[in-house]
Design a protein around this ligand. Structure first.
Ligand code: ZN
Length: 539
């Protein structure tokens, strides 16, 4: 822009009328330039620019421009403006959380709460300490009983007899049985677990106790425990409703109440999600290994908000694996995940952290959207440059598709050598001489990433677009707009691991929910997390 707001504020009709002709001419050139640029900006959509579809104006979202090539500072500024700090649902969640705490005390259940981290946000929303709580009143018919006896004296290892045992505590766990085609529907069970203690001849009293442990060293406030109202299958259902079906905690509560007749507080739902995510954290090692062993990786990232901090949701799509991390936008995560172990091809956008990788591919869809934008420009040289770029890329796309069908007579790099060097000269000229900023930017991007962009001509089996990674982000971009991001470090961490497990199981055509329930069951009992299911048909 030639004229700042400060300039415009000072320009009045009266002043223009009084300006000498020569001054007015020069000023009108500046005004024309600014008007064209402003009109072009108005026309930008995901179709002709690098804006993600989610930035298209469904309604007027002030300051929601989070164009990928923005500087992080700019994106942060945009991201943080015009977004509510807390969604009504999260306020509700915090309210119910404190209800849940009182409920646990009222019951004498002593269920360790795992949402301390969330509740300890400085100004607690909702019910304040001291306000009356609500006890858990729902009574569910018991469908099965399990008795847990100590088998040997803890002190002298002497074998203990069941008939001498006395029950000292009990709790109920509601769970669901998996439906199948012969037995469809959701079937709930309510198992009463009774725990016993036995006096030994040595004078020692040994108690059998439900297992309980800190879930992971990264989440010291989240506990795994067998003493839970929500069984592993029901926990997996809550994860499904929250992440796969994108229901808020309050909607999940509504669903469980309306369809399953279960009255479960939002606090318990939240705690269950945290416990489930923390239970799955050890699976990350296996996911990283699968990413590193992929011959081809699609990587992409989109902004994510954790309370008031701007972060990035990264996705790594490899061979039968999809992994998400929420982190800063620096190259740290990339080098942490890939290290020196990754030897495959890396498909990405034009962001500079990726330039470090030699076997790099560029998404042509991004470049074509930008060229499409130039073609619609009001600047003549920009229109020509846009058309030339589109013509070349479209010709090469046809050639690449044909080469995939059957090997061409000679390598595509040789066939199109002439066309490529002509186009390179155009880019060099645009980069050096044009005053049209978007044209210069595209020309420079082409030149900077030349190798990565045209690599595919030497290897036509490699992909032309980063669609796979963009698709893998889409679902979560919608979730982001529903929940406005996460609120705590734990919340962020459990979201990333759960959605990684969910999507990896899905690309392997396996049920994420059966696997996740098993992870929760094993880890609550103190065992390691089972390995991820293999691709269906290759087990
Ligand atoms: Zn003993």
């Amino acid at each position: 822009m030639k004229l700042s707001d400060h300039d415009l504020l000072q320009l009045t009709e009266e002043e223009l009328l009084e300006l000498p002709e020569e001054v007015l001419r020069r000023l009108s050139i500046k005004l024309l330039y600014d008007l064209k640029e402003a009109r072009e900006r108005l026309r930008q959509t995901s179709r002709n620019s690098s804006r993600p579809p989610s930035s298209d104006p469904l309604w007027d979202k002030t300051g929601s421009n989070n164009e990928k090539e923005d500087t992080p500072q700019q994106a942060e500024k945009d991201e943080l403006s015009g977004v509510d700090d807390q969604a009504p649902d999260t306020k509700q969640a915090a309210k119910n959380e404190s209800e849940e705490k009182n409920q646990g005390e009222a019951n004498g259940l002593q269920q360790p709460t795992t949402q301390d981290d969330e509740a300890s946000v400085k100004r607690k929303a909702g019910k304040q300490p001291g306000a009356p709580g609500y006890g858990r009143e729902q009574k569910i018919a018991v469908t099965a009983e399990e008795h847990h006896y100590p088998t040997a004296c803890a002190r002298c290892d002497h074998e203990l007899q069941q008939h001498a045992a006395k029950a000292y505590t009990a709790f109920e766990t509601v769970d669901l049985e998996w439906a199948d085609s012969k037995n469809p529907g959701i079937h709930l069970t309510n198992t009463k677990h009774t725990y016993y203690e036995t006096d030994c001849g040595c004078g020692h009293c040994t108690q059998q106790a439900p297992h309980r442990q800190v879930a992971h060293h990264l989440t010291p406030n989240i506990f795994l425990s067998e003493w839970r109202l929500v069984g592993p299958g029901l926990a997996a259902l809550m994860v499904c409703l929250t992440y796969r079906m994108r229901l808020s905690r309050a909607r999940t509560q509504e669903f469980l109440s309306d369809w399953l007749g279960l009255e479960i507080s939002v606090g318990t739902i939240n705690a269950t999600l945290h416990e489930s995510g923390a239970a799955a954290l050890p699976v990350e090692d296996e996911l990283v290994e699968a990413v590193q062993n992929s011959g081809l990786l699609h990587v992409d990232e989109t902004s994510w908000k954790e309370l008031n901090t701007l972060l990035w949701l990264w996705v790594f799509c490899g061979q039968s694996v999809v992994v998400y991390w929420i982190a800063g936008r620096g190259s740290e995560l990339l080098s942490n995940v890939l290290g020196s172990a990754f030897q495959g091809w890396l498909m990405s956008d034009g962001w500079q952290v990726y330039r470090y990788y030699l076997k790099r591919l560029r998404c042509w869809a991004h470049l074509m959207r930008k060229a499409e934008g130039l073609k619609d420009s009001l600047d003549l040289t920009a229109r020509v440059f846009g058309e030339q770029t589109l013509l070349l890329l479209n010709t090469l796309i046809k050639a690449v598709y044909a080469a995939r069908e059957g090997p061409p007579d000679q390598a595509l790099t040789i066939t199109y050598q002439g066309a490529l060097s002509d186009y390179r000269r155009v880019c060099e000229a645009m980069s050096a001489h044009t005053t049209h900023t978007p044209s210069r930017a595209l020309a420079r991007e082409m030149l900077n990433d030349w190798e990565a962009i045209f690599q595919v001509l030497a290897h036509p089996h490699l992909p032309l677009t980063n669609n796979e990674a963009e698709q893998a982000l889409r679902h979560w971009v919608i979730l982001r707009s529903i929940c406005h991001g996460t609120r705590t470090e734990d919340g962020t961490r459990i979201l990333a691991i759960l959605i990684s497990v969910i999507e990896t199981c899905r690309v392997r055509q396996q049920s994420p929910w059966i696997y996740l329930a098993e992870v929760i069951r094993q880890r609550r009992a103190g065992f390691p997390a089972p390995r991820l299911p293999l691709v269906k048909g290759s087990e």
